[in-house]
Design a protein around this ligand. Structure first.
Ligand code: NDP
Length: 432
């Protein structure tokens, strides 16, 4: 089994917090956005007055409509993942020395999904407002359904692992929380993490962004420029994600984090609810920014998304060409780092030390956080809650940078030390 990412104590505390705090938080966030004007103090006053019973009353029970919406969406996405054509791409060599193979059909699935969704609305077959009107029930169903799904992943890891990149830490809680299998599959071709992370989680972000926009249109007969900026930026971001999906197969989520509660529950519940929350807020707040301000925010947001994309592409191209490419118009500077796989083989990787990757070791997180700020700022500053995602993302990425540094240090040893000497800052050049 690979490395334990955090100590058992941190794992227990974070698992207990995730299990006990995240589900109620998802419901409270939805309630506040949809029924309490986005005002935390309004929800707080309500809870102070009605206590636990008040909270139980606002927690929507999963209804048949909610389950049907989730089932149709999940089945549709699974079918697209399996059936749409795509180039064969190889993932990075795993710790056990395997090289998983994927079908890169993310862009096709993304286009088919959005066209189908808009088509259903346009031809009056299904109104996306229904999704917004049942959002609380949908989140409630996702909370319970995803938990059961994670139990399935745990059992599958024990009974029928798909590859040698699997195993138990000997601790039930850690196995459930961090996962057992690196790339579990159903049959040979259906990759579960591609489904949970990309086709369910990231796709739901785009689908819900469109839903919020349509809901505001259906309510008011028009869409405010704040909503247009928010929806456009979130769609540009998700489009970028699917465009680069084959690159995503090389990132920590896919190549290092095992399929467990942490990543899968997060993608199935947290992404649709929390990541989309600035748009959820705007449905009932049709703020008018004016063309000039709207355009400034839009351009700044697109620029940040582009820089984030360019950072990821720079690393990907550098690795793909084995360092035989140009980085910012010059031959890249690099470190040839060797490491030993868990099966005892010695391999080498190249570490890029110029371009974006020479500014800091995780510079790409800076534009990622700024882009999230720009699609939130159309909500202006009347309420704090729309900014929750930006703050959460900042904490997540600072923690992730540390996790990644720790992992790379233990993988590359002296070569990573050399990289840290050459590129001393972790995220923000000159500061951190
Ligand atoms: P990275 O794409 O940064 O991948 C990290 C891995 O890259 C390391 O583990 C190491 O892997 C390799 N690496 C590290 N340094 C170098 C280098 N100098 N040269 C070459 N390879 C290197 O990780 P993320 O998964 O964190 O980020 C991917 C994208 O996803 C980013 O755009 C990020 O902003 C985004 N993201 C968004 C999140 C969200 O919630 N919105 C959450 C997380 C990420 P190896 O073992 O192969 O050497």
């Amino acid at each position: 089994m690979g490395e334990t990412v955090h100590s058992p104590l941190v794992t227990y505390v974070s698992m207990l917090s995730l299990l006990t705090l995240c589900p109620p938080f998802v419901i409270l966030l939805w309630y506040t956005m949809v029924h309490a004007d986005g005002s935390i103090s309004q929800t707080w006053d309500y809870l102070k007055q009605h206590m636990l019973q008040g909270f139980i009353n606002i927690w929507p029970r999963p209804t048949a409509t909610a389950w049907k919406i989730i089932a149709c969406y999940a089945a549709f996405e699974a079918a697209l993942q399996l059936l749409l054509p795509g180039k064969r791409v190889e993932g990075p060599v795993s710790p056990a020395g395997n090289r998983p193979v994927y079908k890169a059909n993310g862009v096709a699935a993304y286009i088919v999904t959005l066209l189908t969704y808009l088509g259903l609305w346009w031809f009056g077959i299904f109104n996306p407002s229904v999704v917004y009107d049942h959002l609380g029930e949908i989140f409630s169903a996702l909370i319970f359904g995803s938990f059961v799904f994670c139990v399935f992943l745990y059992l599958k890891g024990h009974i029928a692992p798909s590859s040698t990149d699997s195993g138990s830490s000997g601790n039930l809680i850690i196995d459930f929380y961090w996962g057992m299998e690196l790339y579990p599959r159903i049959g040979k071709h259906f990759d579960i993490k591609v489904f949970t992370n990309c086709r369910f989680g990231m796709m739901s972000w785009a689908v819900l962004a469109v839903t919020y926009c349509i809901k505001q249109y259906e309510e008011n007969g028009t869409v405010a420029d704040s909503m247009l900026v928010n929806t456009t930026l979130m769609l540009v971001y998700v489009t970028k994600f699917f465009w680069w999906e084959a690159g995503y197969f090389n990132t920590m989520d896919i190549a290092h984090d095992r399929a467990g509660f942490y990543i899968c529950w997060g993608c199935l519940v947290w992404v649709p609810s929390i990541y989309t929350s600035p748009g959820m807020y705007l449905v009932n707040h049709p703020i008018n920014l004016g063309t000039q301000l709207a355009l400034y925010i839009l351009v700044a947001g697109i620029l940040c998304i582009y820089i984030n994309y360019d950072c990821d592409m720079q690393r990907q191209e550098f690795r793909r060409t084995n360092g035989k490419c140009f980085v910012w118009g010059k031959a890249p500077s690099k470190i040839v780092a060797s490491y030993t796989t868990s099966s005892g083989e010695t391999k080498t990787s190249l570490l890029l030390t110029s371009g974006w990757w020479g500014l800091s070791r995780h510079f790409h997180y800076v534009p990622e956080i700024l882009a999230a700020f720009f699609w939130t700022v159309p909500a202006l500053f009347d309420h704090f809650l729309p900014y929750f995602y930006v703050i959460f993302l900042t904490i997540l990425l600072f923690d992730r940078a540390k996790r990644d540094d720790d992992r790379c240090r233990s993988k590359y040893g002296k070569y990573w030390k050399l990289y840290c000497e050459k590129v001393p800052y972790r995220i923000i050049p000159g500061i951190y």
